[in-house]
Design a protein around this ligand. Structure first.
Ligand code: MGD
Ligand code: MGD
Ligand code: MO
Length: 725
């Protein structure tokens, strides 16, 4: 919850809910970036006029134009590109800058749907791997319990999960801190000693990046060999664990157990085997496995850090496997892994309409779809058809920085975007001249969250809706996306169909009142729209898969077999099987610690979501820089080998690019691993080295094997001390 304090038309301070105010509900306490957001959004750096590119694309030269000229140009390109290449050559890029009910992405997709359609997209940059694996094994992403279930766990393991810093909601840390007060032991598995380890005084188990699946395999080995596995549960609810429970027509030797015991490859997946790979001592693995299997119920909860990796699918699957082996699925106090969403109250949505163009791409693969769209087929993750008939020719990027800053391999991506023969038109709206905005052909000045009414809703956990009230006019000629989209719609002769005669505020009321027919507890719009947050009073306790686990025959899991698919026949019989296993198991990733490339680039570099930014938002806010300065974390042993001291300027380098940044020498990151928070603004110098500290200067465009997701935490690099002459 954010409250604004205004003086002379300016927000001078923000405050939030304090614990006492919330009553029975989870207090909605804002974080430091929220409390400083007025400084970000009232910054004099805001863009205030529509602009047209002059000079080369990406160079950053623009001239101000009128709104009329902007709309005319957009309408012209919109129609020309549709008629030349077909509606599927138009693409709305992934963008999270507006996350209320009225978002630029949803609104523009409605207009495109009314006008023949657009190339669709699936996945996210957040959770591509875990979402697809949750769907593959459980048939759904609703695999969580109400978070208060953690208070009845006997052990909590947070795996690649850092909710003290990367916030999903207000509930996670609230319940974890309560769990800590109750004396429930908490373990964190992470290459970094994270803020969560410190806040919860948790046990820290450092692990080499992208090797989680090996440790999870070894835990499975211990649990099985000690006879601690829940055989009854596995037999009743799962297929593919052992040779007796395989899908029809599949050999017993393909089972997970056969792999675990090394029946085919002669390698038992023991803790000793895993230690070599993941760097966690054999004894630690054994001890954690036994504790997890014996503590009934126990919650192994995965964040999204261990899956934003090459073969990130496999850490997500390994978590689900262990939850099944220990009978922690369908149990209050247990945890099924996967996405961990739960069935709470329904969220309001803007009706973006069905897309008449049937095909979609994985969100991470849009650069590929510019370069070689016509060649892309099912093997590249194309859904809804065999092959695209055009590459992407027009990109609409509203409130997003994924054209450059948040996408991978910036040097290569910029090269692709610079070529105006490939993608012919780029439209952006933003508040600032970001690295993505610089690539616009037409750049529109948006309004900030303080300058437009909207409805905000919880993301992972939370039982509330918020009315974010407009409290100021945007500076200069800034306009809300809905308003100029209505003008564009009129130009396209779709005005009435697009707006249905409603203003943005009237849409909010319409969507809310429609939701209220199903969520009867909500107050009337007239009360809700005064501003603030409505917290639901009735919140049912939810346990994922309770019914399915008790009687999977009567209540089958929504998978092809009706059971939890430890072995996936779908993977086994498709084109993916050559490079993606049908079972959860460790696969050595490209650019992992044991890749031959490690001879040249011996350090693994991971990113993380820092407390001081929301992705790239707030990077230009000096007040927040103090909280976590831009710097690369390096272990003292690695620093010493390179004669690097605290505060030295260093170069992080691989074949994709170089970043010049200050070093932070700390034993909070394990040896062999370095860490740079994601989201800093890309600022290349004359030599092409990034001086802003943007990790995507050196991340890879190679998508993950099956989900075609972003592997942005898997990078090999070398770090050298800068020699100043
Ligand atoms: N403050 C803040 N909060 C945010 C965001 C933000 O930008 N800022 N972004 C929001 C969004 S959109 C998202 S999707 C989420 C992202 O949430 P997450 O993806 O969960 O966040 P990360 O920080 O990337 O990763 C979580 C932890 O995993 C660790 N990790 C990295 N690699 C590995 C690995 O190989 N194995 C293991 N075991 N751990 C690993 C990282 O060190 C980190 O501590 O956060 C949300 N919350
Ligand atoms: N290396 C690496 N890269 C990553 C990640 C990672 O962990 N590592 N995480 C990935 C994840 S999980 C995500 S979700 C993406 C997020 O990537 P993006 O969705 O691109 O998120 P932001 O960088 O926050 O960009 C939002 C933009 O919207 C603008 N904006 C904010 N509010 C408004 C508004 O009201 N109107 C308009 N018009 N503009 C507005 C902001 O100025 C900002 O430029 O990044 C991904 N990229
Ligand atoms: Mo995300």
């Amino acid at each position: 919850m954010l409250r604004t304090h205004i003086k002379d038309g300016k927000i001078i301070r923000m405050s939030t809910q304090n614990a006492g105010e919330a009553g029975e509900a989870v207090p909605l306490v804002a974080c430091p970036k929220g409390l400083k957001s007025h400084e970000t959004f009232q910054s004099p750096e805001r863009i205030t006029r529509p602009m047209r590119r002059v000079g080369e694309r990406g160079e950053g030269s623009f001239v101000p134009i009128s709104w009329e000229e902007a709309i005319d140009t957009i309408a012209g390109e919109w129609v020309r590109i549709r008629d030349t290449y077909g509606p599927g050559s138009r693409y709305v890029n992934y963008a999270t800058g507006m996350s209320g009910v009225l978002s630029g992405c949803d609104m523009v997709r409605r207009l495109l749907a009314l006008d023949g359609g657009y190339l669709g997209r699936y996945n996210s940059y957040s959770s591509a791997c875990i979402t697809q694996m949750s769907n593959l094994m459980y048939g759904t992403t609703i695999s969580g319990n109400s978070p208060e279930s953690w208070l009845d766990s006997s052990l909590i393991i947070l795996w690649g999960h850092n909710p003290a810093e990367s916030r999903f909601d207000c509930s996670s840390m609230y319940y974890l801190e309560k769990a800590k007060e109750k004396g429930i032991p908490i373990v964190v598995v992470d290459p970094r000693r994270s803020a969560t380890v410190e806040r919860l005084s948790a046990q820290w188990i450092p692990i080499r990046p992208a090797t989680d699946a090996a440790m999870l395999d070894a835990m499975a080995y211990v649990i099985y060999s000690e006879g601690l596995h829940d055989k009854v549960f596995l037999d009743r609810c799962c297929i593919g664990f052992d040779g007796e429970h395989m899908p029809e027509g599949i050999e017993a030797g393909e089972s997970y157990l056969s792999y675990l015991l090394g029946e085919r490859d002669g390698i038992a997946k023991t803790p000793q085997w895993a230690e070599e790979i993941c760097g966690v001592p054999e004894e630690t693995i054994k001890e954690l496995a036994v504790r997890y299997a014996k503590a009934k119920p126990a919650a192994l909860i995965q964040g999204l850090g261990a899956q934003r990796h090459a073969y990130g699918e496999q850490s997500a699957r390994g978590g689900i496997l262990l939850a099944c082996m220990t009978g922690n699925v369908g149990v209050w106090g247990g945890w099924a892994c996967g996405n961990g969403f739960y069935k709470g109250h329904e969220n309001p949505v803007f009706p973006k309409l069905k897309n008449p163009f049937p095909m979609s791409i994985p969100v991470f693969c849009w650069t590929d779809a510019i370069l070689r769209g016509e060649e892309m087929g099912a093997i590249d993750g194309i859904r809804g058809g065999d092959k695209l008939n055009s590459g992407i020719k027009m990109i609409i990027n509203l409130a997003g920085n994924c054209l450059i800053n948040q996408h991978s391999d910036i040097n290569r991506t910029a090269e692709i975007l610079r070529d105006t023969k490939k993608c012919e038109f780029i439209l952006c709206s933003d508040l600032f001249m970001t690295s993505s905005a610089r690539f616009a052909d037409i750049l529109l000045p948006g309004v900030s969250p303080f300058e437009q009414n909207n409805i905000s809703m919880p993301w992972q956990y939370g039982d509330f809706l918020g009315f974010a009230k407009k409290i100021a006019e945007g500076p200069g000629e800034c306009r809300f996306e809905y308003d100029w989209l209505c003008e564009l719609a009129q130009k396209l002769e779709l005005g009435e169909a697009f707006s249905e005669g409603r203003s943005a505020d009237e849409w909010l009321e319409h969507i809310y009142e429609d939701l209220r027919t199903r969520e009867g507890e909500l107050p009337p719009y007239a009360d809700f729209s005064k501003g603030g947050i409505y917290s639901y009073k009735t919140n049912e306790r939810f346990v994922a898969f309770e019914k399915e686990c008790l009687d999977p025959k009567k209540n089958p899991f929504p998978t092809p077999s009706g059971k939890i698919e430890i072995f996936s026949k779908e993977v086994y019989i498709t084109k993916y099987k050559d490079f993606f296993p049908p079972i959860p198991r460790y696969v050595e990733p490209p650019e992992g610690a044991s890749d031959v490339l490690a001879e040249k680039y011996p350090l693994q570099l991971i990113g993380w979501h820092t407390i001081r930014r929301v992705h790239s938002i707030h990077d230009n806010n000096p007040a927040l820089e103090k909280i976590e300065p831009r710097r690369v974390w390096i272990n003292p042993n690695d620093a010493q080998k390179r004669e690097i001291n605290e505060g030295d300027t260093v170069i992080i380098r691989n074949d994709r690019g170089a970043i010049r940044i200050k070093a932070h020498v700390t034993d909070k990151v394990m040896e062999g691993v370095t860490a740079l928070s994601q989201g800093a603004w890309y600022k290349p110098n004359e030599d092409g080295e990034d001086e802003g500290g943007c990790i995507n200067t050196i991340t890879s465009l190679r998508p993950t094997a099956y989900a075609r997701g972003n592997p942005q935490h898997t990078n090999l690099v070398e770090i050298e001390k800068m020699q100043f002459t």
